[in-house]
Design a protein around this ligand. Structure first.
Ligand code: 1AE
Length: 422
């Protein structure tokens, strides 16, 4: 029985015959032409032919403009046509097609055979929790802010202040590249010293995600250099390099620390309703398949906003075991392919007053992540971390932030500054 990966597209067109369009995609992106082929060749090419699985046409509602007419088209692509790597799959299902009119790739389901080529996250959510020894609450992450142009002592001080506030993870800003003031190995050395100092005071373990940067072919060696220098996590700008690079790093047995995926550049791909790739595929399914242990993405509540339903769709595909649901055309599978869950990290413009909303939407399996919401605290960076921890504690105990703030001055100062979003 052949296996297929399934792509679902949303296609806008005022007049098109969407069934014809679907057939054009299924044939055009696989065998190229069909009706003109002699019968003998058709039999030979059958296993390579894409199949139209569904075409759901949505006519505009009364009062809506004709431009709102669209169809959701689902096509099954035979695994036999492409190698077991993300570039091959993406070029097959959305290479040339991505430039052909108002069309967006809204979902992608991997066949078990395709998924079998991927180990997924090496640590995943559980592994990250195990490294930190924290299993009973959401994690808290802080982001270095104002790091470009600073020297090592300033960086060390900033690290210490974040750590002393009780955060679990600290990540480099994604715009901190290899530079003469704070080169990778030196940066790791001073930050780990600061981590040790803070751990003595807080009793908390810490992961520091150092930004892995540089030319693609030097990344694996750079990661290993970071590990030799003591790095215990990596930050990686996945979309600037490509999913396959993440996959290669994650699959490398010598790169045995968690990898955190940053969404830089994702805004060039997912936000349009008419073009690109949906957020749940781009920042959800593909990140997890490629092996991201933690995935950052904009939240529905902060400064860079993504609609809530898209956020929940990302959460769903990072955490649950349904990447290969509906994978096959005309066949069911009992194959049990499990990838470790990737930790969701809704981010950008997060402050303590948003914590109840984050926990409402994500539950306990989330990393609360803030840069400005920690460093911008009126009582300083340490108080910034403490205010977040207090907001998490209050929410877990079912106490309102306002009530909890009555005897927690750090939380009070935070909500006086940024408010509480209901
Ligand atoms: C979606 C990515 C968020 C990020 O990387 C970042 O640096 C956020 O900073 P703040 O929390 O908005 O200051």
């Amino acid at each position: 029985m052949s296996a297929y990966c399934l792509a679902t597209y949303r296609c806008f067109d005022e007049k098109a015959d969407f069934h014809k369009k679907a057939t054009g995609i299924a044939v055009g992106l696989t065998v190229g032409s069909w009706t003109e082929l002699p019968e003998a060749q058709k039999a030979q090419m059958e296993k390579h032919l894409g199949k139209v699985v569904a075409v759901e046409v949505h006519e505009p509602a009364p009062g809506q403009p004709p431009s709102e007419r669209y169809a959701d088209i689902q096509i099954a692509y035979p695994d036999v046509n492409f190698s077991r790597d993300i570039p091959a799959l993406l070029v097959t299902v959305f290479g040339k097609l991505s430039m052909d009119g108002k069309i967006k790739l809204i979902d992608l389901n991997f066949s078990p055979g395709f998924m079998a080529g991927f180990a997924g996250p090496k640590f995943g959510m559980q592994g990250v929790r195990d490294l930190l020894g924290v299993h009973d609450r959401p994690l808290l992450m802080s982001i270095f802010k104002s790091v470009v142009g600073y020297e090592l002592p300033a960086l060390r001080e900033q690290f210490y202040l974040q750590a002393a506030g009780g955060v679990d993870l600290i990540k480099d800003d994604e715009i901190l590249f290899e530079n003469p003031l704070t080169p990778l190995e030196k940066r790791i050395e001073v930050c780990l010293e600061a981590a040790e100092q803070a751990t003595k005071e807080t009793g908390q373990k810490l992961l520091y995600a150092v930004n892995l940067t540089g030319p693609t072919f030097q990344l694996a060696e750079q990661a290993k250099k970071a590990i030799r220098a003591g790095a215990n996590a990596l930050l990686f700008n996945v979309l600037a390099y490509g999913f396959d690079v993440l996959q290669a790093l994650s699959a490398d047995p010598e790169i045995n620390i968690p990898i955190m995926a940053h969404p830089a550049m994702a805004g060039a791909t997912y936000p349009s309703p008419h073009y690109g790739i949906s957020a749940s595929v781009l920042l959800g399914k593909l990140m997890r398949l490629a092996g991201a242990d933690l995935v950052l993405f904009p939240s529905p509540y902060g400064s860079v906003v993504m609609p809530r339903e898209e956020n929940l769709a990302i959460k769903q595909v990072l955490l649950t075991n349904d990447l290969h649901r509906d994978y096959a055309y005309g066949a069911a599978s009992d194959t049990d392919l499990k990838l470790a869950a990737s930790f969701p990290v809704p981010s950008a413009g997060i402050h303590p007053g948003l914590v109840p909303l984050i926990l409402r939407d994500f539950g306990g399996d989330v990393v609360v992540n803030a840069g400005g919401g920690i460093h911008g605290h009126p009582l300083g960076t340490i108080a910034g971390g403490q205010a977040f921890r207090q907001a998490i504690d209050a929410t877990l105990q079912g106490i309102t932030l306002r009530d909890y703030a009555n005897n927690h001055p750090e939380l009070k100062a935070a909500i006086d500054t940024w408010g509480i979003k209901e």
